[in-house]
Ligand binder design. Structure first.
Ligand SMILES: [Zn+2]
Length: 112
C-alpha cells in the first residue's frame, strides 16, 4: 500500500471517528434529558429506550476504539498487518472496513 492510499484511509478513519464522537455526544445529551423526565407510567418505555441507547452507545464506543487503534497503527507503520497471523490484510477488506485488524482468513476463522 502506498503513502497516498494510506493517507486516504487515514482520512476516512478520521471522518468516521468524528461522526461517531458526534453520535456519542448526542446519545449522552438524550440520556441526560431522559433523567429529567418525571418517573410515571412511561417509566417502562423510558427504560427500554435507555437500554437501546446504551447498546448503541456500546457499539459506537467499540468502533471508536477500533478506529483509534487503526489510526495508531498508521502512525507507527504497522497498519494493514493482521493482529492474528501477522500477515497482510487484503486491500479489499481495508476498503470496506478500514479499521479492521484481521485479514480475511482470520476474520472467517473468528466467525466460527
Ligand atoms: Zn490473519
Amino acid at each position: 500500500m502506498n503513502r497516498e492510499e494510506l493517507k486516504k484511509l487515514e482520512e476516512k478513519l478520521i471522518d468516521e471517528k468524528k461522526l461517531i464522537e458526534a453520535n456519542l455526544k448526542r446519545f449522552e445529551s438524550e440520556l441526560d434529558f431522559g433523567d429529567d423526565i418525571d418517573h410515571g407510567e412511561e417509566e417502562a418505555d423510558e427504560m427500554e429506550e435507555t437500554e437501546s441507547f446504551l447498546s448503541i452507545k456500546e457499539n459506537q464506543d467499540k468502533r471508536l476504539k477500533q478506529i483509534e487503534n487503526a489510526l495508531g497503527k498508521i502512525r507507527n507503520g504497522t497498519y494493514g498487518i493482521c493482529e492474528e497471523c501477522g500477515g497482510k490484510i487484503e486491500r479489499e477488506i481495508l476498503e470496506i472496513d478500514p479499521e479492521s485488524s484481521l485479514c480475511k482468513q482470520c476474520k472467517i476463522k473468528g466467525r466460527k
